[in-house]
Design a protein around this ligand. Structure first.
Ligand code: FAD
Length: 368
């Protein structure tokens, strides 16, 4: 059994940021267990450039994330939205062209995709602190110590970690539905976590890559809205100067998408781009469809139904019982400021680490 002070479950933005902050504070008595074979969680970048998960952040509204981006010296740029917007409402009527609008507050993107943020944080953490392919299965309290059991992929043998505290860097609903806690968490807290929908877990995104952002030459911004679908909202996903692309959110629900299948859905997305942007849209270099509802390390069956608003943040601490001061929720959905957003990860981690260090000082024998 490996002993550490802190076990962090999940190496998405939240878990990676927690590892970064602990390392920076001089505390490297931690381990991050990540079930996937990659870091980032909902942050995933196709061809090392195009975002299949999150795309934007809003520095004017999200100063803490913005400061972190500056500290890490990451390059960002404004979402391209110059030109007209296309709007399709009826399959028998050609798309209507209307004045586009600029996002306000300005939405920003990362050069090289959002995974640059995770890579920059991870580069400051000792590599041996991050265990990929390690699926946490249960968390138990035994004689005052927490025992985390994980199962390495392709390996029947369990790994055991003993810790003083566990930081849950995964969505609350996923945590309560997939991890076994013993003793069980208070019922009211379990209910709260279960009711917190995982932001964007029910969604799917399609991206098509081109040689040139040809739509810009015709005065189009690349933005489109559709009541026909399958994509309901489309945006320019190009990187500055090179790597042109369009992406869209699929409007069909998770079950319908599954029934249609990836090939048919991809075909319909390609057709829609041609309907909207003309024959040049046929010249796709590569395209990709990412359905987050089929990722069992993101979505649970309850997430198959789209939630159109962010759930209010549930309690990130355990108010009573054996788990009090031992377990903290640090996934983005636990942020009261920006629940479900990238900026929510920053808020949730900072708040939980502050709380846990206050608890530790209170427990220390020389505390006043
Ligand atoms: C399509 C899409 C578009 C989005 N767009 C935006 C946007 O434009 N702007 C924005 O601010 N936000 C956006 N978001 C939300 C944003 O991606 C999330 O808020 C953020 O990435 C959450 O990070 P996290 O680390 O809290 O959780 P996650 O990224 O979900 O990370 C959880 C990690 O835990 C791991 N894990 C799960 N179970 C276990 C287990 N048992 N053991 C070990 N590891 C486990 C997972 O593999 C994962 O790596 C979008 C999300 C999606 C899917």
């Amino acid at each position: 059994m490996k002993r550490v002070k802190t076990v962090i479950l999940g190496a998405g933005l939240s878990g990676t940021y927690a590892g970064y902050l602990l390392t920076k504070s001089g505390d490297d008595d931690f381990i991050i267990l990540e079930a996937r074979d990659r870091m980032g969680g909902r942050i995933e970048t196709f061809n090392s450039i195009f975002d299949l998960g999150p795309t934007w952040f809003w520095p004017e509204m999200q100063p803490a994330l913005s400061r972190l981006v500056e500290t890490l010296d990451l390059e960002t740029f404004d979402q391209y939205d110059t030109g007209d917007l296309l709007f399709e409402i009826d399959p028998h009527i050609p798309p209507r062209r209307t004045n586009g609008y600029h996002s306000s507050p300005q939405s920003k993107r990362f050069i090289g995709g959002v995974s640059q943020l995770v890579s920059a944080l991870a580069s400051q953490i000792k590599p041996e602190k991050i265990l990929l392919n390690s699926l946490a299965k249960s968390i138990a309290i035994d004689d005052g110590q927490i025992i985390v059991t994980s199962q390495p992929r392709n390996n029947q043998q369990h790994s055991l970690f003993s810790a003083e505290q566990v930081l849950l860097a995964l969505p609350p609903r996923l945590a309560i539905e997939t991890l076994k806690f013993s003793p069980a968490l208070p019922q009211e807290l379990s209910n709260q976590w279960h009711q917190t929908s995982t932001w964007m877990a029910s969604h799917a995104k399609y991206i098509a890559i081109y040689d040139q952002p040809f739509w810009r030459q015709s005065g189009l911004s690349g933005s489109a809205q559709s009541r026909i679908g399958p994509m309901v909202e489309i945006h320019d996903a190009s990187m500055p100067e090179e790597n042109a692309a369009l992406f869209g959110f699929i409007g069909l629900d998770a079950k319908t998408r599954k029934t249609l299948g990836k090939d048919q859905l991809t075909h319909l997305c390609r057709q829609q781009l041609v309907r909207l942007f003309g024959d040049k849209a046929k010249q796709i270099n590569a395209d990709f469809l990412k359905d987050w509802s089929q990722e069992t390390l993101t979505a649970t069956p309850a997430d198959l139904y789209a939630s159109h608003s962010h759930s209010p943040a549930p309690s990130f601490t355990v108010p009573l019982g054996d788990w009090k001061n031992k377990l903290f929720g640090i996934g983005s959905e636990w942020s009261s400021q920006f629940p479900g957003y990238l900026a929510g990860s920053i808020d949730a981690v900072e708040k939980a680490l502050l709380r846990s260090s206050t608890d530790q000082k209170r427990k220390a024998p020389d505390a006043g």
